[in-house]
Write a protein that binds this ligand. Structure first.
Ligand SMILES: NC(=O)c1ccc[n+]([C@@H]2O[C@H](COP(=O)([O-])OP(=O)(O)OC[C@H]3O[C@@H](n4cnc5c(N)ncnc54)[C@H](OP(=O)(O)O)[C@@H]3O)[C@@H](O)[C@H]2O)c1
Length: 249
């Protein structure tokens, strides 16, 4: 589906899902600022149009939001924490969240943090780090950046569970473990038995076009308490990642 041109009914025909998980977004934060008008149209205007389209078919929207609705000054944010996005991407997500909260009582908003996987062939943080490791290049981390790295299989399972149980409202769907990015990188290199070459640089030296939230980790106690689900520890995800690397060799 192209969020600029298509209507959902034309795309899915007679299929009538009970829930629709809305993942599509322009997620490149600098692009959101550089191409403000186009990204706003996709991330806000047409996402809201999509939400209303799926509602008109009797389907409940599940919106994937982000930890970047917070400014990153404090960290460990729960659902009660006030939002104050510091970049265009975060403002887009915050606006759609606001629309859902005000207009869509049957909707679900899940704020995700950094998703990681155990498949070296897919694009995520661990596969990027693995590539740097084998090329003997440094892993460069934003100094002071905190994340709640979350196993993507846990996210998928959690979303299906939320749909099955018709859970509505706002939830932080993120690992209960949080890490400084450089500490997670060290754990990753150690697990490979490789000497870590990790460089910490202040945010201002990265030359990003738009701002970044530094302490972007989430408190997911509400989600854990409501669903009884738990998250796979990062040590185990890294172990599975290494196992898959070896299986592919
Ligand atoms: N991955 C994470 O760690 C993370 C963390 C926080 C929140 N989230 C949220 O979770 C969701 C999924 O994340 P992700 O990492 O999978 O994002 P992603 O890799 O950037 O994927 C975004 C998807 O949106 C599609 N898209 C972009 N413009 C579109 C348009 N005009 N019409 C239709 N589809 C369009 C892209 O399609 P093309 O590939 O064809 O461009 C792509 O498949 C996003 O809403 C994101 O904000 C993810």
């Amino acid at each position: 589906m192209n969020l600029l041109t298509d209507r959902i009914a034309d795309v899915i025909g007679d299929f009538r899902p009970t829930h629709t998980i809305i993942a599509a977004v322009i997620s490149n934060m600098d692009r959101c600022l550089a191409e403000r008008e186009m990204s706003y149209r996709v991330n806000v205007t047409n996402t809201i149009r999509l939400i209303e389209d799926v509602r008109s078919m009797g389907s409940r929207p599940v919106f994937l939001s982000t930890n970047f609705v917070f400014d990153g000054s404090v960290g460990c944010y729960n659902e009660e924490a006030p939002i104050s996005p510091v970049n265009e991407y975060g403002r887009h997500k915050a606006e759609v969240e606001g629309y859902l909260r005000a207009n869509v009582p049957e909707g679900l908003v899940t704020r995700l943090s950094t998703n990681v996987g155990d498949n070296p062939g897919e694009a995520h943080l661990f596969s990027q780090w693995y590539q740097l490791l084998i090329e003997n290049k440094p892993i460069v981390c934003i100094d002071g950046a905190m994340i709640s790295p979350t196993y993507v299989e846990d996210v998928a399972h959690a979303l299906v569970t939320c749909c099955e149980r018709k859970i509505t409202g706002l939830f932080h769907l993120a690992n209960t473990e949080s890490f400084y990015r450089n500490d997670l990188a060290l754990k990753f290199c150690d697990a490979f038995g490789k000497k870590a070459n990790i460089i910490r640089k202040p945010l201002r030296e990265f030359g990003f076009l738009d701002n970044r939230a530094l302490k972007a980790d989430l408190d997911s106690s509400k989600f854990v308490h409501t669903t009884g689900l738990s998250f796979t520890p990062m040590g185990e995800v890294i172990r599975r990642f290494i196992e898959n690397v070896r299986l592919n060799q």
